[in-house]
Design a protein around this ligand. Structure first.
Ligand code: 7RM
Length: 645
């Protein structure tokens, strides 16, 4: 046997038939360590592991591939140079269809990552530093992410829609010392003033010593001497110094790779931590098998890199597999609702991965935007972020897939690192609205309120996972106890997802939505408590309660019940003031869709808000509100019902 070098490694874990799947699944449960060792053998390691898995859910303490040494970017870049150096790694489609697109081959991407890694080092960055990235969807965002990984710095990407306050909270939570941003970004008809927002954040962030600023919109911005430097200048400096290559930092398997903040049911967003080896193996394995990517395919995931879907399935998963990944800067409806189909046509996209909210919005725009587009290159369609309703599933299947493309409804979370429950394209029989079956290595379990396992089929319960998988979160940054309480304490010895789920007669899983106080607006997770805190910061607000309600396009909308300390002179203006306040504190994605002013909230004698009642009223249900006997003051409910907005 020839020894495996970085060049002659072959990826050899593709499931091709349902029999392969059944066999892989069985082995992954019977002999998980042997199973995940075989998968990991397909990657490039500076040193192999001593132990595949060490785990204890009670702490939690989860370690995969302990003792191994690697750098994820050697697996995403260097290993492809010999065979795929001239193949496109990233194809970038700008917001404005008139602007020229860009293609970066694996060789070019590798060069750019090395140069920027050197630029980061020249600016004082080192292994273990936390680096905040706040950028538009341009190739330099992927380059920044990979350059951080290359030098062993921990990236914390913040979605470009978050406010200065949200950025500051995230930077301070992780004590980032460096920021990578851009002057601005283009999204649809709007210019987003990223650097201005960042400047507002940085007023509150003493840990940040350097800011690297890419020019994208070339809009006027402030640049502070000694702190702010231009991306382009730093690249030129590295080039002048001849720093074209960069020896990747050697990382331990369990060294932190990145932090990504996500909302929970209480308090501020948590920094979900993923580590190098397990995340890499799981992102690549799940990418390959769910989408059944074939050499030469063009793969288009419409997510933003600011979310986990972009991390795992625009950057790390596809690049680890040597795929061609398409990055789109804009929005689905600009310049018109045919943009996705134009892109599919222009680049002959083979795999399209998008969100139900986008499908519903494009469906509403009508078939005129689809009819003249050549979509014949499509082989596989994907869905992620929220439950897909039957109408959207059928529309996607008929009008985009032409009944000829399997739809993979992929269920997973920021915390899971990669897809856990999903059909494998063309292999697993699909069923509208069902995520179907667990990937190999994933052991789902449904439990009742008491934590008792619900056995058999044709049942519903709370979805937990009872055995570790390589891509799972390891901790929440700076607060391990919070991680334990949030995910591992509700039910002992299980990871609790926060989702409700049913299992049909054939053992297929259907995720029905959150069972906690998290709402899912257009596939974005928002904690009701977070929105309430933001609303309560408005000067005239006494108290508020926020719930989700069904929304035709967004999946869920945000409904806020608000008590003011005085009668609003102009209720609409006050609503706008509150909305503006929420935008400032969290970001535009958390703006309430509806605000109802109330004089009291339905509370129990112990002072707990009965959200169940508020949810029903927001949904438009005013008759069957369930048991209201524990209410302190039932007349409050009558008043709220009568003044619904
Ligand atoms: C990937 C992502 C996670 C939450 C999760 C669910 C919901 C995601 C699906 C889904 C039904 C799906 N990460 N969710 N995918 N619900 N079917 N295919 O979205 O951390 O931002 O959100 O999203 O509630 O818990 S996330």
């Amino acid at each position: 046997m020839p020894t495996k070098t970085i060049q002659n490694l072959k990826m050899n874990f593709q499931i091709k038939t349902i029999a392969d799947y059944n066999q892989a699944y069985k082995q992954s449960v019977d002999q998980p360590e042997a199973f995940w060792a075989d998968i990991a053998d397909n990657f490039y390691w500076r040193k192999k592991w001593d132990k595949v898995l060490n785990w204890d859910f009670s702490s939690p303490n989860i370690k995969w591939y302990e003792g191994a040494k690697l750098n994820i970017t050697e697996n995403c870049l260097d290993r492809h140079l010999q065979d795929k150096g001239n193949q496109p790694a990233i194809i970038w489609e700008p917001n404005d269809p008139e602007e020229h697109h860009r293609v970066l081959t694996y060789t070019q991407l590798h060069q750019q990552v090395c140069l920027f890694a050197n630029a980061l080092k020249n600016n004082g960055a080192k292994k273990g530093d936390r680096i905040c990235i706040y950028m538009p969807m341009v190739p330099e965002l992927a380059i920044a992410v990979l350059a951080c990984a290359r030098i062993g710095a921990i990236h914390s990407v913040v979605f470009g829609g978050f406010s200065a306050q949200s950025i500051a909270d995230r930077i301070n939570d992780a004590t980032c010392n460096l920021v990578i941003t851009a002057d601005g970004g283009f999204r649809g008809a709007k210019d987003i003033p990223l650097k201005n927002v960042m400047d507002d954040a940085l007023v509150q962030c003493p840990s940040v010593k350097k800011v690297i600023v890419l020019t994208r919109t070339r809009s006027p911005i402030s640049m502070i001497k000694g702190r702010d430097v231009w991306w382009e200048d730093e690249i030129k400096k590295a080039e002048t110094l001849g720093m074209h290559s960069h020896q990747a930092e050697e990382m331990d398997a369990e060294d932190e790779l990145f932090i990504l903040y996500t909302s929970g049911s209480t308090g501020k967003p948590k920094g979900v931590v993923h580590t190098c080896a397990g995340y890499m193996v799981y992102a690549a394995y799940s990418f390959q098998n769910v989408f059944q990517y074939q050499a030469g395919d063009t793969y288009f995931c419409t997510a933003d890199i600011g979310w986990i879907t972009g991390h795992s399935y625009i950057v790390y998963g596809p690049l680890a597999m040597g795929a061609t990944t398409l990055m789109f800067e804009g929005v689905p409806t600009y310049p018109d609702a045919g943009r996705f189909w134009d892109i599919v046509d222009k680049y002959k996209v083979n795999v399209l991965y998008t969100a139900p909210t986008a499908i519903r919005s494009l469906m509403q725009s009508g078939l005129d935007f689809v009819k003249d587009k050549d979509l014949s290159s499509l082989k596989t369609l994907g869905s992620v972020g929220e439950p897909i309703n039957e109408e959207a599933w059928n529309w996607y299947n008929e009008n985009i897939g032409k009944r000829n493309c399997p739809i993979v409804d992929t269920w997973w979370q920021t915390e899971t690192g990669g897809i856990l429950i999903s059909p494998l394209a063309g292999i697993t029989p699909t069923k509208p609205c069902f995520a179907t079956l667990p990937l190999p290595g994933i052991q789902p379990i449904l439990v009742d309120e008491k934590g008792e396992e619900i056995l058999g089929n044709g049942v519903s319960g709370n979805l937990c996972i009872k055995f570790p998988w390589p891509g799972m979160l390891r901790t929440t940054y700076g607060d391990h106890e919070r991680c334990r309480i949030n995910y591992f304490a509700t039910y002992p010895n299980m990871y609790f997802t926060g989702d409700g789920c049913m299992r049909d007669e054939d053992g297929n899983y259907r995720i029905t939505g959150r069972v906690d106080d998290v709402i899912n607006v257009s596939g974005h997770r928002i904690g009701t408590a977070e929105v309430e805190n933001a609303i309560n910061m408005f000067t005239d607000v006494v108290e508020s309660a926020v719930v989700g309600y069904p929304h035709a396009i967004k999946g869920q909308g945000i409904y806020a019940y608000v008590i003011l300390n005085k009668q609003a002179i102009d209720a609409n203006l006050t609503r706008q003031d509150i909305t503006m306040t929420v935008s400032r504190i969290i970001g535009a994605i958390a703006k309430p869709d509806k605000i109802q002013f109330v004089t009291g909230l339905p509370k129990t004698r112990s002072g707990k808000i009965m959200r169940r009642i508020l949810r029903k009223i927001a949904e438009g249900e005013t008759e069957n509100l369930g048991d209201t006997s524990t209410l302190l003051d039932p007349s409050v409910v009558e008043a709220i019902k009568n003044e619904r907005v």
